[in-house]
Design a binder for this molecule. Structure first.
Ligand SMILES: Nc1ncnc2c1ncn2[C@@H]1O[C@H](COP(=O)(O)OP(=O)(O)OP(=O)(O)O)[C@@H](O)[C@H]1O
Length: 482
């Protein structure tokens, strides 16, 4: 029995060598070339059982070759590998009919398993998504970390179906962007994208917002109103913060998903639901189910394809590229160009980003608007991060912001417990006040980069009072930064 022949096209000689060895060891016959035209000639001549192609080659883009190959040899499987590991590459490769897309660098074992699968997989149905708009190279999602690569591949596959998707991730991780990408590159892209945020609508209005209402259905319903289900007909309905949906609305939504039709509030005539649903939440829905706050049956209806968006701190390698992307964006809106010093990148990568990508985006916007220097240094970033730390309440890992008073109570309890062995503690008042005053003054000074006049104004203190406090609390004075 002759072993299948794998045709490899990549302009990088070392990749050709590695693939020849690895595929050869697995018993395949291998032919390699460094350009697209030779690959095309082999394919036209009927050679090969599988193609592995790079994207950027000197004579032609591998992605452009896929439709031509599919036209002459629809049965031939194509695996795309690319160092241009963006969402668009994944979407284009999948929608043009590639069997699999592998971002470089890839794991050889994974490649071999893809090759094995490709050669035995049943005849593929051509994706029924229309090809994405050409020249559409604006990237909706930025980041090249391995976790994001996996997400791009899932999104790319999901653009060829209408499966329900559940996006889970902390606030600001890009859940809405994922929902939009699923719509913009999917089969329903010519239809509407309609979003509704369960947390932002009063609970008694949610059903009428979702399904619409008839005139006179309730007090104040002076007109018939279309709900989001009707508005999104033929397109995508994004149910944001689904974990905040009240129980009655959950029951109704479940019924609509089971029956494929809905009635408006006060209406009788069932209307066919024609939407693709993408739901999102920052909550742990399994925990909500255990607490009786979310219907398990609804969860399973929605959680057909789960996508977990990682918090930014789990993919620090994406931070520089995201930061530069946001600086470019603000530059396009007319603000001066900025660059990041290496120290700035380091500082950004060591921050925890409780607000995730949104926090990074806002920081870059603020820096572009506020700082006159062209180069942003680590020091500038630190000062700005401290400033936001003063304005934002801290969000501990548990999710809910900790009240300052709660933290203070915890510390006071410790003070009081420390005084239990007979000797009452003295000067508790001054000690506690100093504990709060010292970081307050220190951080305010850091955020004004040592400028005591500005710090006094921010604190609402007289300048002399501030100076006295700095002396009494023995706060080191750093002057003249920036
Ligand atoms: N991978 C990414 N690439 C580029 N921009 C991103 C990315 N992820 C998030 N953003 C940007 O960060 C901001 C927050 O994203 P988005 O609104 O999608 O987050 P979310 O998870 O839906 O947040 P929330 O749960 O608070 O509604 C947006 O301005 C979005 O454009």
């Amino acid at each position: 029995m002759t072993m299948p022949t794998v045709l490899v096209a990549d302009d990088d000689r070392s990749i050709r060598t590695v693939l020849t060895q690895a595929l050869g060891r697995s018993g395949y016959q291998v032919r390699t070339t460094g350009n697209a035209s030779t690959l095309w000639r082999w394919v036209e001549d009927g050679e090969g059982d599988l193609v592995i192609t790079d994207v950027v080659m000197p004579d032609e883009n591998g992605l452009d070759l896929i439709p031509r190959i599919k036209r002459v040899r629809p049965e031939l499987r194509i695996v795309v590998m690319s160092a241009q590991s963006t969402l668009m590459t994944a979407v284009k490769a999948t929608q043009r009919g590639a069997f699999e897309y592998l971002p470089k660098p890839f794991d050889l074992k994974e490649l071999l398993s893809v090759v094995d699968r490709a050669l035995v997989a049943p005849q593929p149905r051509l994706p029924d998504a229309a090809p994405p708009p050409e020249g559409e190279d604006r990237l909706p999602l930025i980041g090249r970390s391995m976790v994001m690569q996996d997400i791009y591949r899932i999104i790319a596959r999901l653009t060829t179906s209408d499966l329900t998707v559940m996006v889970n991730g902390e606030s600001g991780t890009g859940k809405e962007l994922v929902a939009r990408a699923l719509h913009d590159y999917g089969r329903r892209r010519t239809g509407p994208f309609v979003a509704i945020n369960m947390a932002a609508i009063p609970r008694e209005l949610i059903e009428s917002e979702l399904f619409g209402h008839e005139r006179g259905a309730f007090t104040g319903a002076t007109n018939r109103n279309q709900g989001r289900f009707e508005q999104a007909a033929g397109g995508t309905l994004f149910l944001d913060e689904i974990g905040d949906m009240p129980p009655e609305a959950q029951t109704r939504l479940l019924r609509v998903l089971q029956e494929g039709e809905f009635t408006t509030v006060g209406g009788r005539q069932p209307i066919k639901a024609n939407v693709r649903i993408v739901a999102a939440t920052h909550r742990d829905l399994r925990q909500a189910i255990r607490a009786g706050a979310f219907r398990e049956d609804l969860f399973y209806r929605l959680n057909v394809v789960p996508i977990r968006l990682p918090p930014l701190r789990e993919r620090p390698e994406d931070i520089p590229i995201l930061a530069r992307h946001f600086l470019d964006k603000v530059q396009q809106s007319g603000l001066p160009a900025k660059r990041l010093a290496d120290t700035a990148v380091e500082r950004l990568q060591s921050h925890r980003w409780p607000g995730n990508v949104r926090e990074l985006e806002n920081l870059m916007r603020r820096l572009a608007a506020l700082y006159p220097q062209e180069t942003l240094t680590g020091e500038v970033i630190s000062a700005e991060l401290l400033e936001t730390a003063i304005h934002d309440e801290p969000v501990p890992a548990g999710g809910e912001p900790e009240r300052l008073a709660a933290a203070v109570e915890r510390h006071i309890r410790q003070f009081l417990n420390a005084s239990h062995d007979g000797m009452p503690m003295r000067d508790i008042y001054d000690k506690v006040i100093a504990e709060v005053e010292r970081p307050l003054i220190q951080m305010t000074l850091a955020s004004t980069r040592g400028n005591q006049i500005k710090a006094a104004a921010m604190l609402g203190l007289n300048r002399n009072t501030l100076r006295k406090k700095i002396r009494d609390l023995e706060i080191p004075v750093v002057r003249g930064i920036g």
